[in-house]
Design a protein around this ligand. Structure first.
Ligand code: G3H
Ligand code: 13P
Ligand code: ZN
Length: 326
């Protein structure tokens, strides 16, 4: 295969049609991160079994971890596996949190059908300029682009400190018009990782800022909105991890009813990474704790993959509403 390949040759789709259907159907397309074969298999099998469209995404770190060429063949393998099973679900391969034009371009050239340029840490004008550069290149290849406005609360931030980072509704029209992005990631109270809020014991996380989301929807009606940092940090996995020798005190995520509410709105892509990491870690810790003599990777990565398949199906069916929409 040549160095440059179009996503169409790999059997992938961009996000345009996916998001249109999601907005019309009041659900969100799941965007699951992966770093290895078991995770990619679990995502694809979970989505195939629940008949959900799916975005599989890799951070720059994941690409370095896997190797870009290897990754291209992994995704081709996933597409072929779906066909072999007689199934047909739309699959998008997306760059998550791309931070340079060069990284976005290299992904587009190696078969990604969608890329994110996360310029949210730059000034508004620099964010616009960098995002537009990527959009101009991507669109010549029919690749869709996600931009970001507003900064997600860092895991160490006090909740109150997050206020100044929320997306400003007044900026969205100008950003979308000047950049030409296909979707927009916003900040309304979600946060990356497994420790999303510092909370006194027994207290619930603050609700997402649906008022800001409403304002944004009013300014850009029907435009695809993306939520990052949307793992629920499933309590059962935290309990299992702690029971089987882990130590994840104070891990807390976004309540699933909040995500369900978001999925019904113009939010049509919901990013989940931490919950999958937790599902796998809980399963692996359990095997190691119950069978300390086990050393065949299939015996712990296998159960981890099964747990992740269940996680993905559960999300699609009960949280995102994407099950049955493929
Ligand atoms: O939003 C970030 C994703 O969870 C990817 O994380 O940079 O550790 O691969 P990573
Ligand atoms: P979580 O850490 O909440 O899973 O968020 C993942 C994400 O936003 C990837 O871009
Ligand atoms: Zn993210």
């Amino acid at each position: 295969m040549s160095d440059t390949v179009s996503f169409k040759d790999l059997g992938l789709v961009n996000t345009r049609e996916l998001f249109k259907k999601a907005i019309e159907g009041n659900y969100a397309v799941p965007a699951y991160n992966f770093n290895n074969m078991e995770q990619l298999q679990a995502i694809i099998i979970g989505c195939m079994e629940s008949r959900s469209p799916v975005i599989v995404q890799t951070s720059g770190g994941a690409i370095k971890y896997i190797n870009k060429t290897f990754l291209r063949y992994m995704i081709q393998g996933a597409v072929e596996m779906v066909k072999e099973q007689g199934e047909d679900i739309p699959i998008t391969l997306h760059l998550d949190h791309g931070d340079t034009f060069e990284l976005a371009k290299s992904c587009i050239d190696s078969g990604y059908s969608s890329v994110m340029l996360d310029g949210s840490h730059h000034s508004f004008d620099d964010n616009v300029a960098l995002t537009k550069l990527v959009v101009d290149y991507a669109h010549t290849r029919d690749v869709t682009v996600e931009g970001e406005l507003g900064v997600l609360a860092g895991i160490e931030d006090e909740i109150s400190a997050a206020v100044s980072h929320f997306t400003k509704p007044d900026e969205v029209v100008e950003f979308v018009e000047r950049t030409g992005v296909d979707s927009l990631a916003i900040s309304i109270g979600t946060s990356h990782g497994a420790y999303k809020f510092k909370l006194p014991p027994g207290e619930l996380p603050p609700p997402l800022r649906f008022d800001i989301l409403d304002e944004i929807e009013k300014r850009i009606p029907g435009f695809p909105i993306v939520l990052h940092g949307a793992s629920a940090v499933v309590p059962e996995y935290i309990e299992a991890i702690n029971r089987y020798g882990g130590k994840m005190d104070n891990a807390v995520g976004i309540p699933e009813d909040q995500l369900r509410k978001a999925a019904v709105s113009a939010v049509c892509k919901i990013n989940i990474d931490s919950d999958n990491r937790l599902a796998m870690t809980a399963a692996i810790r359990r095997v190691f704790s119950e069978k300390p003599d086990e050393f065949d990777p299939r015996k712990y990565l296998g159960p981890a993959r099964v747990e992740m398949i269940n996680m993905v199906k559960n999300k699609n069916e009960h949280v995102l509403g994407s099950a049955g929409r493929a």
